[in-house]
Structures are given as C-alpha cells and as structure tokens.
Design a protein around this ligand. Structure first.
Ligand SMILES: O=C(O)CCC(=O)C(=O)O
Ligand SMILES: [Fe+2]
Length: 202
C-alpha cells in the first residue's frame, strides 16, 4: 500500500487475537440452510484452517458469483476483514463469504481473527489522489463493530417480520403461489440477509 514500515501495527494499536472453532454437523437437507450465513469478518485479517471436507464459499464480481474455496492441505485461507478494507480505502476488499453444509460429512474449521484494539482508529491510512475516502470520518473499531451489528439486527428483524407476513399470507385461502418450502427458501437466501459493507455504511 506504499506505507511506512509499522504503519499497520500502529493502526491496530494493540492487536487482539480471537480463535473460533466452527463445527458443522452433517445436514439431511443442506439446500434448506447454511452452516454460516453470508458475512464479512469485522477485523483486520482472518487466518482460516479448514479440514478436507470443504464448504467455504466467497463471492466475486461484486457479489454476483459464488465460488467454493477448495481446501488445500496444510494451507490457511487468508481473508481480509472490514478493518483491512477500510485501512486500504477499499483497495483490498473484505471477503464476502458463507459456509454451506452437506449431507455426507460433518466439517470443522478454525478461524483466527486478528482484530485491532477497540479504541483503534478506523480510517484509510492513505487516500490517493483522485480517490474518495470509504469512510466519512474516523471512528473507533468498537464503533465500527457496533454499527455493523446494529445493521445486522435490523436486517434480522426485517426478515423475521417478512417471514411472519409470508406465513400469514400462505394461510389465506386460494393464494396461488410457489410451494411454501420454496418461498421460505427464497426468503432465507434473499439479499435481506446482508449487504456489501459499502452499502451498510453508506
Ligand atoms: O467455516 C468456514 O469455512 C468459515 C468460517 C467463518 O467464516 C468465520 O468463522 O467467520
Ligand atoms: Fe467469516
């Protein structure tokens, strides 16, 4: 990024490492659900170790296509998180990803999140000529996280209300529509789920 040595370390203030072990049991009807819903990781960078089963998917072409991240034995998947996205002024993208399940085997993954300190400043480290900042103002990592989570809760609430309405509508007599399972699945995979981070913070 053309930054001075230690610029990233300084931006993170006091790096905090969190390890999460994800266990995805076998699922008899994998196309009705997800192991982990679509999201971006909030931190700077994530190192992910997945077993040989596979199930991690990421988008490309601005969310238009899903690709499966094939497990490579002994290799980590390195994801950029929201903090890394902002520090680079969006030059490096936060990985938009999800985990699917399957009916044959259970799966295990270990994610190691590298997060900045809660009071670290989130703002591009360098804004190049002609570029606009992806953030209007500097905020703390704690604030960035709070905004992300409240948008998430908002979406979940909207989705819950939409689901309740849909179930009500389905009870109405003579409603010509797709089968109930299909409608519920549409809702489950709908764009209400999450948005690209730029839109969330717009
Ligand atoms: O299990 C996976 O492959 C993805 C895990 C993940 O995205 C996460 O823990 O944030
Ligand atoms: Fe993730």
């Amino acid at each position: 990024m053309g930054l001075e040595t230690e610029a990233l370390t300084k931006a993170c203030v006091d790096m905090d490492q969190k390890v999460v072990v994800n266990f995805y049991p076998k699922c008899p009807q994998p196309d009705l659900t997800l192991g982990l819903k679509r999201h971006t990781d909030p931190g700077t960078i994530t190192l992910l170790l997945q077993d040989t089963v596979g199930g991690l998917q990421a988008t490309r072409d601005n969310g238009k296509t899903w690709i499966t991240v094939q497990p490579v034995e002994g290799a980590f998947v390195v994801n950029l998180g929201d903090h890394g996205h902002y520090l680079s002024n969006g030059r490096f993208k936060n990985a938009d990803h999800q985990a699917v399940v399957n009916s044959n085997s259970s799966r295990l993954s270990i994610a190691t999140f590298q997060n900045p300190a809660p009071d670290a400043t989130v703002y591009p480290l360098k804004i190049r000529e002609g570029e606009k900042s992806v953030l209007d103002e500097p905020i703390t990592f704690a604030e960035m996280y709070r905004r992300k989570m409240s948008k998430d809760i908002d979406m979940a609430m909207k989705k819950k209300l939409a689901k309740e309405q849909l179930l009500k509508d389905l009870e109405a007599p003579k409603l010509e529509t797709k089968p109930k399972e299909e409608l519920l699945k549409d809702l489950e995979t709908s764009k209400l789920e999450t948005k690209p981070v730029e839109e969330i913070f717009a």
